[in-house]
Design a protein around this ligand. Structure first.
Ligand SMILES: NC(=O)c1ccc[n+]([C@@H]2O[C@H](COP(=O)([O-])OP(=O)(O)OC[C@H]3O[C@@H](n4cnc5c(N)ncnc54)[C@H](O)[C@@H]3O)[C@@H](O)[C@H]2O)c1
Length: 254
C-alpha cells in the first residue's frame, strides 16, 4: 500500500506515543513525514531511525502553542519540501507533557490556561499556518485528534475533556470554511490507549479497565489509531469531511 507516495505530511507531537507509530505507518505508505515536536531531541532521534529504515522523515522542533514557532516550521517545510498535503494535529498536553488527573476544583488556573494554549489554540495556530498552503495547492487533508472523553465525559481532568470537545467543534467549522478549496478536515476520537513509554502499573490498570467496557475486549494500542489516521490523510477518504471517527473498540457507540 503506497497510497501516500509523494505526499508531505506534517504531524505535530510526531515523536510521541501515538504520533510516532502513525508517522512510521504514513512513511511506510510513501509519505515524507515531518515530526513537528516540542521535544526536538526525541524528534531528531525518531526521524533518524525512520531514515535509517529507508523512509522519508524530517524533524523540526516546534511549539504548537507559539505562533512564531509554528510559522517558522511551516516556512521550513515549504522551502525544503515544497508542499504540505497532510496535517495531523496530534500534539497535546497529555502524557509526555503531563496533565493532572484531578477534579475540576483542584485544577490550577495556570494548568487550565496551558491546556487550552496547547490543545485548542495549538490546533488553530497550526491550521492557520497550513491552510493557506493547502488552499494554494487546491488540495489538503487535515486530521485533528480529539478524545472519546469529549463524547462520554470523565469524572476527572475536565480541562483536558473540554479542550478535546473544542477540537470536535473546530473540525466541523473549519471543514465548512475550507471545503470549497478542496481541503478536508476530519477528527479522530481515540479511546484510552496504552501509549506511554514506560507505563506504571497504575496506568496499565486504567488501560485494562477501559477494555472491559468495549465491544472488543482488549487494551487499545497506538497501532489501532495509525491506520485510521493514514486513511484520513490519504486518497481513500476523499469525500469525507467534517466528521469525527471514534476509534475505541466500540466503547462509545454514537
Ligand atoms: N493515549 C490515550 O489514551 C489517548 C486517548 C484519547 C486521545 N489521545 C490523544 O492522542 C494524541 C496523542 O497522545 P499520546 O497518547 O501519544 O500522548 P503523548 O503525550 O505521548 O503525545 C503527545 C505529543 O505531543 C507533544 N507535545 C506536547 N506539547 C506540545 C507542543 N506545545 N508543541 C508540539 N508538541 C507538543 C509531546 O511532546 C508528545 O510527543 C493527543 O492529542 C492525545 O490527547 C490519547
Amino acid at each position: 500500500m503506497n497510497n501516500l507516495e509523494g505526499r508531505v505530511i506534517v504531524i505535530t507531537g510526531g515523536s510521541g506515543g501515538i504520533g510516532i507509530v502513525a508517522s512510521e505507518l504514513m512513511a511506510e505508505r510513501g509519505a515524507h513525514v515531518v515530526l513537528a515536536e516540542l521535544d526536538g531531541d526525541r524528534a531528531d532521534i525518531e526521524a533518524k531511525r525512520l531514515s535509517n529504515k529507508g523512509l522519508k522523515a524530517t524533524a523540526i522542533q516546534t511549539d504548537v502553542a507559539d505562533k512564531k514557532s509554528v510559522g517558522a516550521m511551516v516556512e521550513e517545510v515549504s522551502s525544503r519540501l515544497g508542499r504540505i498535503d497532510g496535517l495531523v494535529n496530534n500534539a497535546a498536553m497529555f502524557s509526555r507533557v503531563p496533565m493532572s488527573r484531578v477534579g475540576s476544583l483542584e485544577i490550577t488556573e495556570a494548568e487550565w490556561d496551558k491546556m487550552m494554549e496547547i490543545n485548542v489554540k495549538g490546533v488553530w495556530n497550526v491550521c492557520s499556518a497550513v491552510v493557506p498552503v493547502m488552499k494554494t495547492q487546491g488540495y489538503g487533508k487535515i486530521v485533528n485528534i480529539s478524545s472519546g472523553t469529549a463524547l462520554k465525559g470523565s469524572p476527572s481532568r475536565i480541562h483536558y475533556v473540554t479542550s478535546k470537545a473544542a477540537v470536535i467543534g473546530y473540525t466541523k467549522s473549519l471543514a465548512m470554511e475550507v471545503g470549497e478549496h478542496n481541503v478536508y478536515v476530519n477528527c479522530i476520537a481515540p479511546g484510552s490507549t496504552l501509549s506511554e513509554e514506560d507505563p506504571t502499573p497504575a496506568i496499565i490498570a486504567v488501560r485494562e479497565k477501559a477494555a472491559t467496557s468495549r465491544c472488543i475486549k482488549r487494551v487499545q494500542t497506538p497501532e489501532d489509531l495509525a491506520g485510521p489516521i493514514a486513511f484520513f490523510v490519504g486518497p481513500d477518504s476523499d469525500f469525507i469531511t467534517g466528521q469525527t471517527l471514534v476509534v475505541d473498540g466500540g466503547s462509545c457507540l454514537h
